[in-house]
Design a protein. Structure first.
Length: 259
């Protein structure tokens, strides 16, 4: 089967307003100029001041201890899964979550983890659904090591997870020994829509003494590239930097240089 994307017909009329996806946005001339003027260096040796500033800013903004630059939101999610899970582990997420439906089976292919989809309206599950999915810990059951939510819920029409519900779900996950990850591709949109602060939106997701991570995407670059750092709750989670190198090599450096 040919998976190459279909190309739009050349005779289609131009779009005046395109709300199809944030991936189709294009940079303004001022953005392009800022990209060209950005000071660059070797990110792998900590010598790129622009990447360093971005990661420091995002870690502080999200109330976390460190951040790593990655070229795409999908890569953020997959590095998080590699960090939190081991082969055979089980991830609990909504049945329409991006990590389950739209990342090419990455969790299974790269980590060897399985994803159990939980049901709920508009791409969101509740505490009852999460508790019902938690298995007794036996030698027969896969270890449940990660709960994931997507903010906003893309296939749920861009639904915004209420902060109170996220806090409740996170508490349940942590009580049952699970780490938590937020796919925050539209996290900033959710913060604005909910009228809250980013720190409040991540209050329990960055709960002390538990392994947590969150990805935040900024769609700026021409050609559909994104600009997402993955923020880490604890410097004890050092594996993301190793996995980033494993998956990208110096790709992250080259992307940073032109983003």
């Amino acid at each position: 089967m040919d998976y190459a994307p279909l190309r739009a017909s050349a005779d289609l009329p131009p779009l005046r307003v395109n709300l199809y996806s944030d991936t189709q946005t294009k940079p303004t001339p001022a953005m392009k100029e800022a990209m060209m003027r950005a000071e660059v260096g070797d990110e792998q040796f900590g010598l790129d001041p622009t990447v360093n500033a971005l990661c420091d800013q995002m870690a502080a903004l999200m109330g976390k201890e460190a951040a790593v630059f990655l070229p795409s939101g999908t890569m953020c999610n997959q590095v998080a899964i590699l960090t939190h899970c081991r082969p055979g582990d089980e991830i609990l997420a909504h049945e329409t979550a991006h990590i389950l439906t739209s990342e090419g089976g990455g969790a299974a292919a790269l980590t060897g983890a399985q994803i159990t989809g939980l049901r709920g309206p508009r791409g969101m599950f509740d505490a009852e659904a999460l508790r019902a999915a938690i298995r007794p810990k036996t030698r027969y059951a896969p270890p449940q090591t990660l709960m994931e939510i997507e903010q906003t819920a893309n296939t749920g029409g861009g639904a915004v997870w209420p902060v109170a519900r996220m806090n409740e779900l996170t508490a349940i996950a942590h009580e049952n020994g699970m780490a938590t990850h937020m796919d925050g591709a539209r996290l900033m949109n959710a913060v604005v829509a909910a009228g809250t602060s980013l720190q409040e939106a991540l209050a329990k997701v960055r709960r002390n003494n538990h392994a947590t991570s969150a990805a935040a995407g900024f769609w700026w670059t021409e050609g559909g590239g994104d600009f997402p750092p993955m923020a880490l709750a604890s410097r004890g989670l050092l594996d993301p930097f190793s996995y980033a190198t494993m998956l990208t090599g110096k790709l992250s450096v080259k992307t940073a240089d032109v983003t």
